[in-house]
Design a protein around this ligand. Sequence first.
Ligand code: UN1
Length: 509
Amino acid sequence: MTIHPVQTDMQFKNYIGGKWIESRSGKTFASHNPANGELIGTLQASDTRDVDDAVNAASIAFEKWRKVPAPKRAELIYRVAEILRARKQEMGELLTREMGKVLPEALGDVQEAIDMALYMAGEGRRLNGMLVPSELPSKWAMAVRDPLGVVAAITPWNFPIAIPAWKMFPALICGNTVIWKPASDTPVLAARMIEIYEQAGFPPGVVNLVTGGGGTVGDALVAHPQVRLITFTGSTDIGRAVSIKAAQNLKRVSLEMGGKNAIIVMDDADLDLAVEGILWSAFGTSGQRCTACSRVIAHHAIKKQLLDKLVPRTAALRLGDGLLATTDVGPVINHRAAQKIHEYTEIARGEGAAILVGGAIATEGDLARGSFYQPTIFDNVTPTMRVAQEEIFGPSLSILAAQSLDDAIAINNRTNFGLSTSVYTSNVNRAFEAMRDVTTGIVYINAGTIGSEVQLPFGGTRGTGNGHREGGGAVVLDTFCEWKTIYVDYSGRLQRAQIDTDALVKTVL
Ligand code: UN1
C-alpha cells in the first residue's frame, strides 16, 4: 500500500462559476485530523455574499445545462467515476486523515461514490418518463422529467464522499445545477472532489462549492428564493429547522436524518453470525453512521450467551489512527463529539444501566492527541431510557431484552426514528413476519444494520426522513425532477376532455 505524500497548511478556495475564489468575508477556518490534530487545510469561512454569487452562477449555468442532452450530461458523470477510480487510494487516505474512519471503510466510502456515478450516468440514457393513451383520438398524453433549477446539497462529515454523490449525481443527470455546502469537519475532501468535477469537464457554474458554517452558508442557501431544492443529510433538529425555513418559499426539501437502529437476535439465531453483524454495525465508523446499530434487542433466552461472546470481542477492538493496519476503530469526529458521547454514558449510568465494557474517552499513549471513545456496551437497558431512544452517534451500544419476536418488533418500532433494522433468525416464517411488521425504511435479515447499496432506495420513516429516498433509481429521480405533463392534440379540431369522449369515439368507430 502506498501512502501518498501528506500536504499540510494548504489553503482551499470556494468554487463558483468555474473559478476558485476567496470568500468575500476574508475569513478562513481550519480542518484537522481527528486522530492526531494534524492540520489538513484551511478553507473559506464564507458568508451570504458568497452564497449569492454561487446562486447567481448556478442560475446562469442552469439555462444552458438543462438543454444539454442527458446522455451527454452522463458522459461527464462517467468521467468523474473514472477519475475517482484512478484516485481511489489517494482520496481514501485523505478521507481517513480528515474524517478518521479506518482506511478500508474510507475506500468503501469512495467506492460508493464511484458506484453511484456509474449508476446515475446510466440514467442518462433512461430518465424514463410516461407515455400513456389519451381518452381522445389523435391525441398524445405524456409526462417528462424537468429539472428544478438550482439545488443546494448540504452534506455531513460521516460519509464525506458517498453522501454528496447520492445527492449530486442524480441532481446533475436530471439537469439541475448544484451548490455544495460540505460539513465543516470535512471540507478539504469536498474541495478535492470539486477538482475532480472540474477535471471531468463540467461547464462553469454547473457545480459550485461554498464552504463555511451551517448558520451562515447553510441558512443563506435555505432562505435563497432561487434555490429550488434543499437536499440535506444531518441531525433531525437541523433537518426540522431547514424544513420549516424552506417552507416559507415552498421549496422542496429532501431530508435524511438520525437513526436508532436495532439488531434483533432471536433464540434460533446463529449467534456467531449475529456477533459479527453487531460488531460491524455498532463499532464500524466508530458508530458514526445514521444506519449504525445502537440497540441490540436480544431474546431473553439467548441474551447471556450472546453477551458472553460479544463483550470480549468488543473489549479486544483496537483504537487508533485509521491509516494503520492494526486499527479496528478510528477516532470520533472531534472532541465535542467525544464529550457528547460520554454524556450519554453518564446518562446511561444515571438511568441504571450496567456498563459492561468501555465507557470512557480513550487517552492512552498516542490516542491523547486525537478524539477517541472506547467501544461501549450498556446492559439492562429498558425501552424508555434515553440511551434506548436518542441518537448517540458514537460507539455506544445498548442491550435490551425481549420476550418474543412480536415484543422485539414492538420495542424496535417504538422510537422517534425509523431508518434500519436487522433481524437474526434461522426461522423463515419469523423472517417474513419481521419483514412485514418492522416499520423502518430498511430491513436486513441475517445481516447488520449497515451496508445499503446504491441501486435501492435509502431512507427512513418518522424522525429519520420526510418521505424522500436517496439511491434507488427512479425513486431518487423523482426527488430531483419536476414532472411536466404534455398533451399533443393532432386532430386539428377542438376536443374537450371528459366531455367529447363518447361522441368522438363514435365518429372514429
Ligand atoms: C449514513 O450513515 O448516513 O448503509 C449512510 C450504510 C452506508 C450508508 C450510510 N451505505 O451504512
